[in-house]
Design a protein. Structure first.
Length: 663
């Protein structure tokens, strides 16, 4: 047996670590080494003044100099501070990747290596004092060399203690970014990155100079902009562990760089990752104060839990998407509580706009289900506009109708009291009326049976298509109701309300004459200029398209193969013509149509399912009825299969069958 001797740990392969590190190809990614150098400078200043933050703020200095801006081959960036410098302990920490010293300061000890994702040359110069003796270190730091640290004459440009870092020779991949850099953008990136310092920590004086232009005081600039408005904390479970999160809110004047309310996550006292826009939660991208000045709310959230989940490059925090969404919601709730007057303005606007929309589309009031517009709006997101409200009310309206059908069916299935009330009414009718009523109920039952038979009919011995047979049963083809009485059609199969509209056109050209090439002919077109829900200032247009049962060759956007497109084309042509002609020569004016409905009766086969999904139909209230309100055309479209048509017709008539036929 041979005993092997022990050996020291090998140092990390930083080249491999760096190769696995990703930087976004944008200004923030390019400036990340400089942001890390500024962070290290502030740590060094804090150490020099022994964490006396007041003195560090007054006497601390970080100077940034950028030469040859927008010149990829000649650009040079220098960061100089007046901290304690690279003392012997600090120099050892510098030489040790992922040192515990940086972890104690909530850093990673990895920032200096990030520079090699952007620049090919990095020079360091340092001056420090030890018991009154001054020491200078100057070297080139190059991760790609065998000996990473090589003595090099840097030429110190300061006379106090501190560190000077010079970055030059940017990598070719950053060429496009460099050529587009603007001085104001650099200032904003630095301001955003160190926003936590402006809000709840100390800052030294940070200046920046572009070429020979007069230096600008970044600290003074952003102190005027970033002012803490509110702070607090809330609890949240992250990966199953309860965590405390602290937030700080700041009100900032709306500018080009601050366009909307947003959430920023902070770790190691700097902003990490991208801003989360809060517009959808708060309802508006910005607010207005009493004087009409526009402002946005910036929320910065920090937590010890973030420190543990900060990646090595400090470019992101490893948090589940669901957790981020919970943070967004919690912060948005806080902001809404603080900005009650602003939220009230949004709600007032929503109520007014929805009220105006309902004046033009009063049928959607059914979706309110007895609620006031104010109460309904209060329960919806702040960012909804009138179009989104109408879309929701369209579904609610259909859901309300379905609920009524369920109630009728439930009454029929448990008809003790229901039957008594009906029979008491029937007893008042004479025998002739009873017989007529019974005959009509039997007629409806037979029509449903015929529709079921036609649904299964494949037309093997005749050219007549099954949808044509169904069409004939519902309403005679190539005709209108100028001469067709109520009892001569069965429109109740689709919707009982359609039976009473003043005008119906079936398989006829809109102009009322012989069909010509290019004429659009819808299967059924209903026109209603009478009162609907006591609405006297408008009219309703409804369209029905029948498709062959079991058809499965629908194609999105193709003429004749896209029933949604057919409905919209019919609507467009009808409204463009301004009206249609009846069989007795009258003209129906469509210029004042304010309510539009369409029904697509077709089996929901895979290709139709895909087509409806593409057109953003939803089946929220009933799995077999697909609904879409198209705001541009202001039309509510329902699509359902023949089996659903039959099922709903049976449900609507079940009470009659139960009472009169004993079923």
């Amino acid at each position: 047996m041979t005993t092997q001797k022990t050996e020291a740990l090998l140092k990390p392969d930083m080249r491999a670590v760096l190769a696995r590190t990703h930087l976004d190809q944008n200004l923030h990614g390019f400036l990340l080494p400089i942001l890390e150098a500024i962070s290290n400078a502030m740590d060094s200043i804090g150490a020099r003044f022994q964490q006396d933050t007041e003195k560090a703020s007054q006497e601390g200095l970080v100077q940034i100099r950028i030469r040859n801006l927008n010149q990829p081959s000649g650009m040079q960036i220098t960061v100089v501070d007046n901290g304690e410098g690279l003392t012997d302990p600090n120099y050892n920490y510098f030489r040790t990747p992922f040192s515990g010293h940086k972890l104690d300061r909530r850093g990673r000890g990895f920032g200096r290596f990030i520079a090699f994702k952007v620049f090919s040359q990095v020079l360091y110069g340092s001056r420090h004092r030890f018991f009154g003796v001054e020491y200078i270190r100057e070297f080139r730091f190059d991760l790609w060399q065998e000996n990473e640290i090589v003595t090099h004459n840097v030429g110190l440009k300061f006379h106090d203690t501190g560190v000077q870092v010079e970055y030059s020779k940017p990598l070719a991949v950053w060429k496009d970014v460099i050529q587009e850099i603007r001085p104001d953008d650099v200032l904003e990136e630095i301001g955003w990155h160190f926003l936590p310092y402006f809000l709840y920590r100390w800052l030294p004086q940070i200046t920046i100079q572009f070429d020979d232009i007069e230096p600008e005081n970044i600290t003074a600039h952003f102190r005027k902009i970033f002012r803490q408005h509110k702070q607090g904390s809330f609890s949240l479970s992250i990966d199953g562990n309860p965590e405390q999160l602290h937030y700080t809110l700041a009100r900032i004047a709306k500018k080009r760089q601050f366009k909307s309310h947003c959430l920023l996550l902070s770790a190691a006292d700097r902003i990490v990752g991208h801003a989360r826009d809060l517009t959808n939660k708060l309802g508006r991208p910005f607010f207005e104060d009493e004087s009409g000045e526009k402002y946005v709310v910036i929320a910065v959230v920090r937590s010890d839990a973030f420190e543990k989940r900060l990646n090595d490059a400090r470019t992101g925090i490893n948090l589940p998407a669901a957790t981020v969404e919970e943070i967004v919601t919690a912060v948005s709730d806080v902001i809404q509580s603080e900005e009650k007057d602003q939220i009230a303005k949004i709600r007032t606007t929503q109520v007014r706009e929805l009220g105006d929309a309902l004046k033009e589309n009063p049928i959607f009031r059914l979706g309110l289900r007895g609620r006031s517009i104010q109460d309904y709006v209060e329960g919806k997101p702040n960012n909804w506009n009138a179009e989104r409200f109408l879309s929701d009310l369209a579904i609610e309206k259909t859901r309300a109708s379905a609920e009524l059908t369920r109630q009728i069916t439930a009454a029929a299935n448990n008809p003790v009291d229901y039957e008594k009330r009906l029979k008491s009414i029937v007893e008042k009718l004479d025998e002739g009326k009873k017989e007529a009523l019974a005959e009509y109920v039997i007629h409806r039952k037979n029509v449903i049976a015929l529709i079921e038979a036609a649904r299964r009919y494949q037309g093997s011995t005749t050219k007549r298509a099954p949808e044509d047979a169904i069409h004939e049963l519902i309403f005679r083809r190539f005709s209108d109701n100028a001469k067709t009485e109520y009892f001569e059609h069965n429109l109740w199969l689709i919707d009982d309300l359609l039976s009473f509209v003043p005008y119906i056109s079936s398989d006829r050209a809109l102009h009322g004459k012989g069909r010509k090439l290019g004429d659009k002919v819808t299967d059924l077109l209903f026109f209603d200029d009478s009162m609907i829900l006591s609405d006297k200032d408008g009219s309703t247009l409804s369209i029905v398209e029948f498709k062959k049962p079991s058809r499965d060759d629908y194609v999105i956007g193709r003429k004749g193969s896209d029933p949604v497109l057919q409905v919209l084309t019919t609507l467009e042509q009808a409204t463009e013509r301004g009206g249609l002609s009846t069989t007795d020569g009258a003209h129906i004016n469509l210029n004042s149509v304010v309510r539009r409905f369409a029904f697509i009766v077709a089996d929901i086969t895979p290709s139709l399912q895909e087509l409806l999904k593409f057109h953003d139909f939803k089946a929220d209230y009933h799995p077999n009825i697909h609904v879409r309100y198209r705001a541009n055309e202001e039309i509510l479209i329902q699509a359902f299969g023949y089996d659903t048509l039959i099922e709903n017709a049976k449900k609507r008539n079940q009470a009659f069958f139960s009472v009169l036929l004993g079923e």
